[in-house]
Design a protein around this ligand. Structure first.
Ligand SMILES: C[S@@+](CC[C@H](N)C(=O)[O-])C[C@H]1O[C@@H](n2cnc3c(N)ncnc32)[C@H](O)[C@@H]1O
Length: 458
């Protein structure tokens, strides 16, 4: 039997706990004496009964057995498989409380990690309709005995939870999944088994243009052969309105990476189109494109507002991906330089630049921490810098290089509040002040929160 250090707290015993906070994934946090316990599914303000299933030196994990005193913000999850599926984790909170949790999380890390006591943290901007917002879904395909299953993985596992409908993705996805399952059953097409690396269909991906309504279906397979696929294409053409593209993507590797590098067009075009603001983008199976189109405009508009462009500025857009922010800013700036590590993304960015008739943007392939110092060395001085790095945040050397040339403003877009807080602290110590931070809910029903921060020179 495991016991918490110096306390008479035992694994597999039941306890009653008052939940007084949230953990970073929205789980409830309470205490038994002074021992911290995390409880998935419990809400701040509740009294709950839990079974302690993990007891570590500094904290424990409780399994929720009963909500003794429910919080007024507890609500019934709309999805029947919510408790088993790993796709969402906040559906038991009213949407109002989801936004409260996200705002509080950002406030907490900004104070704890960033020591940014003066920055104004605004309330999280939420969606009018926080369901069916995703423009992309990728679902694993597998077998449960003789049954084909398509859904999301259960939390922390690769067991596929079969689903008939998903409340955060486009409703079209449900129909595509149904047609795919019927076709696999009819033609005895095997789902991929990752343990034996055998079988054919690994994943299905559906992308949909929010404004254009264009639809792309991608079938990811373990090899080149896909027998009787024309029957599936015919069904999709008949049943899916605005279908523009059906693609087979081949991924023969033993890997968790979903897409392989080779794609074959089974029917239609190789890309679909969508808009952000007035700019049109072509999206291929592998392109990075924000998954919540409604909130992307909210996020980018805030970034544009924080940049305070008058038309005379030189802007560096570091980590520019397919150039969406660069183009979005281009009308308000004199010149924008977009820097991105993935050559394919820069090809897409240049294509979008041409298609949209933009002439004041230049895209550069390479690491921001290497290319930005080169630009500066060549005599190009930025007035405003936009940063939108991956979750791990920016290289510290990049933050030093940009602070040294004293741009008037730095606008930092981030999908991880903790690394954002770390980097804002570094910039504060280099002469900048975090003035305002706006959390934006790009992922309703899930715990992730995006932020945009405005920094000005002190
Ligand atoms: C969060 S995405 C942002 C993309 C884009 N700004 C957008 O809104 O669609 C981060 C991007 O940084 C790129 N990246 C990662 N490390 C990089 C580096 N060291 N230098 C430049 N780009 C990098 C990734 O390939 C990815 O496209």
């Amino acid at each position: 039997m495991t016991k918490a250090l110096n306390l008479d707290i035992k694994k597999n015993e039941d306890y009653i706990i008052n939940i007084d906070n949230y953990g970073h994934e929205g789980e409830g946090v309470g205490k038994i004496d002074n021992f911290t316990v995390f409880v998935k599914g419990a809400i701040k303000g509740e009294q709950v009964k839990v079974k302690l299933i993990k007891v570590n030196k500094n904290y424990g994990v409780g399994k929720l057995l009963e909500v003794i005193k429910p919080a007024s913000c507890r609500t019934e999850a709309v999805c029947s498989i919510y408790k088993r599926c790993g796709g969402c984790n906040l559906q038991h909170l009213t949407y109002e409380e989801q936004l409260n949790f996200k705002t509080q999380r950002v406030q907490d890390v900004m104070s704890r990690i960033g020591k940014l006591e003066d920055a104004e943290i605004l309330r999280t901007l939420g969606m009018e309709n926080p369901y069916n917002y995703r423009n992309k879904v990728q679902l694993p395909v597998g077998m449960n005995g003789e049954e084909i299953v398509v859904g999301f993985y259960a939390p922390r596992s690769h067991d596929i939870i079969d689903m008939k409908t998903c409340f955060i993705q486009s409703k079209l996805g449900d129909k595509v999944v149904e047609l795919l399952k019927d076709w696999m059953r009819k033609y005895k097409i095997k789902a991929y088994d990752e343990k034996t690396h055998s079988g054919t269909v690994r994943h299905v991906m559906i992308r949909e243009g929010f404004k254009t309504k264009d639809v792309m279906v991608v079938i990811v397979t373990n090899g080149n052969k896909l027998p009787n696929v024309n029957a599936l294409v015919d069904e999709l053409k008949a049943e899916i309105p605005n279908l523009k593209s059906v693609i087979q993507n081949i991924n023969k590797d033993k890997t968790n990476v979903i897409l392989g590098l080779e794609s074959i067009i089974l029917w239609g075009q190789d890309t679909i189109a969508d808009y952000i603001g007035e700019f049109k983008f072509n999206i291929s199976p592998l392109s990075f494109f924000q998954v919540n189109p409604v909130q992307t405009e909210v996020l980018y508009s805030k970034a544009l507002e924080y940049a305070e462009l008058t038309g005379d500025e030189v802007v560096f857009d570091a980590y520019c991906g397919t150039g969406t922010i660069s183009l979005f800013l281009s009308k308000a700036a004199k010149k924008v330089y977009g820097i991105e590590i993935i050559p394919q993304a820069i090809n897409n960015a240049n294509e979008s630049k041409r298609n949209n008739g933009v002439s004041n943007v230049e895209f550069i392939v390479g690491k921001s921490e290497e290319e930005i110092p080169k630009l500066i060395k060549s005599g190009i001085n930025p007035d405003v810098i936009m940063l939108d790095p991956p979750r791990k945040g920016c290289e510290e050397s990049l933050l030093h290089a940009i602070a040294a040339v004293e741009p008037r403003r730095i606008v930092y877009v981030s999908c991880d509040p903790a690394t954002l807080a770390r980097d804002l602290r570094i910039l504060e110590d280099l002469g900048y002040k975090a003035q305002e931070i706006q959390p934006v809910d790009m992922f309703p029903q899930g715990h992730h929160v995006e932020c945009v921060a405005k920094m000005v020179r002190k």
